[in-house]
Structures are given as C-alpha cells and as structure tokens.
Design a binder for this molecule. Structure first.
Ligand SMILES: Nc1ncnc2c1ncn2[C@@H]1O[C@H](COP(=O)(O)OP(=O)(O)O)[C@@H](O)[C@H]1O
Ligand SMILES: [Mg+2]
Length: 276
C-alpha cells in the first residue's frame, strides 16, 4: 500500500478586492493533484515559484485542508498535524532562548519521552547531523547551516515516519547546501523514512530524488514524474563527481525542459496581472 496518496486534491483560497472585501472569485492554488508516494521513498517536488509547492506540503502536514479531494496517509485521510510527520521549513523555526540540545528536546516533550531519555535521544540526533560539541550553543551562536541541522535533528528525534521539507536548504550558501544534501541522503538511507522534499532547484531535485515530480505553473498540477537513478551512485560516486557526470546532465536537462515552459508561463501570468 502507498504511504501517501493524493486523490484529485484541489485547494482554492478566497480572494479580496481592493477594499479588502471578500470576492466571490476563488484563487486556485492546486488543481486536481494525483500523486502516490511509497513507504521509504524520497520524492522531490519541483516547480516554479507560486505554483503551490508550499500549499501541497502544508496539506500533507495537516496545516490546511483540501478544498476538494483527499490526502491519505497509511490509507487514512489526514485531518491535522501529527507526530507521524516531521516538518522542516526554509527558515529555521528554532526557539532562540533554547540551546541546540534544548531545541531538539522540545520536539520530544510532546511525545512524552521521560526527561533523562530526552537528553540522550537529543544528543544522539545532534550527533547524527554532525553537531556533536555544539549542544550548548544557542541559535544565534550557530551558522545558518548548523541551525538547519538542528531543525532536521529536531524533526527526526521523535521518529516520524514521514519527513516533509519545504526548501530547507534554499537560504544556505552552495557549499553548505551540498554537504547537507549528502547528509540528508545518508540519514534517509539509514532511517528508511519517507521524504517529501520541495525545491525550486533543478540540481537539488536531481541530486536528491528517487522520483522528481515536476509541477506546472499555477494552478499547480503534477506535470510529470521523472524517476531518477544513477548507476554511478552504486559505485560510490557522489558530490561534484556525480554532479558532473553525463547521467546527471541528462536528468538535469530533462527536468529543465519540463520546467522551462512552466516558468515562462508563470512570468507571463504575473505580467498580465500587473497590467490589469
Ligand atoms: N493562505 C493563502 N491565502 C491566499 N493565497 C494563498 C495562500 N497561501 C498561498 N496562496 C497563494 O497560492 C499560490 C501558491 O502559493 P505557494 O504554495 O506558497 O507557492 P510556492 O511554494 O510554490 O511558491 C500563490 O499564488 C500564493 O500567493
Ligand atoms: Mg514555497
């Protein structure tokens, strides 16, 4: 059975007129999304800005509800947020007054893990993301990449089946982003979690995904799903070596071609709206 199923999922938002009154017209952010994600799969969703990627992830997180259609998790409709799903956003949603360890522990408080065990578990997950020795630092004493590592450790610590990530590395410099991509893949392989990863970066999508779902510009639909697999990865190729391989270039071009028309269409829509 699929871990996650989107069935004809549509999401509309009310619109307001110039006087801030609610319009009759609705704005369609997602239009008939059908998508199946298997347990343990790493799926990347890529699409132009404004196509509904965050809306899709918020629906999975149970932060909003579909206007029509259903989203099933383990065969049951999602009715709200839950500890079976961990979410990592683009901006580090860390508590500034807590240390790295305290932030990871925070995720465990809701699950009723006893205090002493919380500390051990938090240390273990900080270690997993390479932050041993930084347990007692506060967020302002950590680099952007380290903060995002803390956010990942926090969402992993309570052991959700599903990891939802909304452009988690977008605000980081290229080198930090690439090392976190490798770390995330390692963690995914080690833990076997189902990962849904949102990005607007083609390279990131190709590097991370087992499947890349390419979305249309709004209203967002799934245009195509591209399965990605590198023979070279089996031989231990990663990082720059993998990125500069001919296989990688082929996938990048395939996804670029799918996206290209959509980005142009999104820009055209924006222009039209600006002149109305
Ligand atoms: N709460 C909301 N109310 C009204 N419109 C929204 C709301 N959330 C998102 N939108 C609109 O839906 C579209 C898709 O947004 P979003 O999912 O954030 O796109 P993406 O993450 O792909 O950039 C955008 O045009 C955005 O303005
Ligand atoms: Mg977004």
């Amino acid at each position: 059975m699929a871990k996650i199923v989107f069935e004809e999922v549509t999401k509309t938002f009310p619109t307001k007129d110039r006087k801030n009154r609610r319009n009759k017209e609705e704005f369609t952010a997602l239009d008939g999304i059908d998508l199946e994600i298997g347990a343990g799969e790493f799926v990347v969703v890529v699409g132009p800005s404004g196509c509904g990627k965050s809306t899709l992830l918020d629906l999975l997180g149970g932060l909003t509800r579909p206007t029509s259609g259903r989203i099933l998790l383990d065969g049951k409709p999602i009715t709200g947020p839950g500890l079976d799903r961990g979410i990592v956003f683009q901006q580090y949603a860390l508590l500034p007054w807590r240390t790295a360890l305290g932030n990871v522990e925070f995720g465990l408080e809701a699950t009723g893990v006893p205090r002493r065990e919380r500390k051990d578990r938090a240390r273990e997950f900080l270690d997993l993301v390479g932050l041993t020795g930084f347990e007692d630092r506060h967020p302002h004493e950590l680099s952007g990449g380290m903060r995002q590592r803390v956010a990942i450790a926090r969402s992993l610590a309570y052991d959700p089946d599903v990891l939802l990530m909304d452009e988690p590395f977008a605000a980081l410099d290229a080198q930090t982003r690439e090392s976190l991509q490798d770390e995330l893949r390692r963690i995914w392989q080690r833990t076997g979690k189902t990962v849904v990863f949102i990005t607007h970066g083609i390279e990131e999508a190709v590097y991370l995904g087992q499947k890349v779902a390419v979305m249309t510009s709004r209203p967002g639909r799934v245009k195509e799903i591209v399965p990605v697999s590198f023979g070279a990865r089996g031989a231990g190729l990663q990082g720059e070596d993998l990125r500069s391989s001919p296989e990688f270039a082929r996938y990048r071009h395939e996804i670029w071609t799918l996206l290209h028309g959509e980005v142009a269409r999104a820009q055209q829509l924006e222009k039209e709206e600006a002149t109305v």
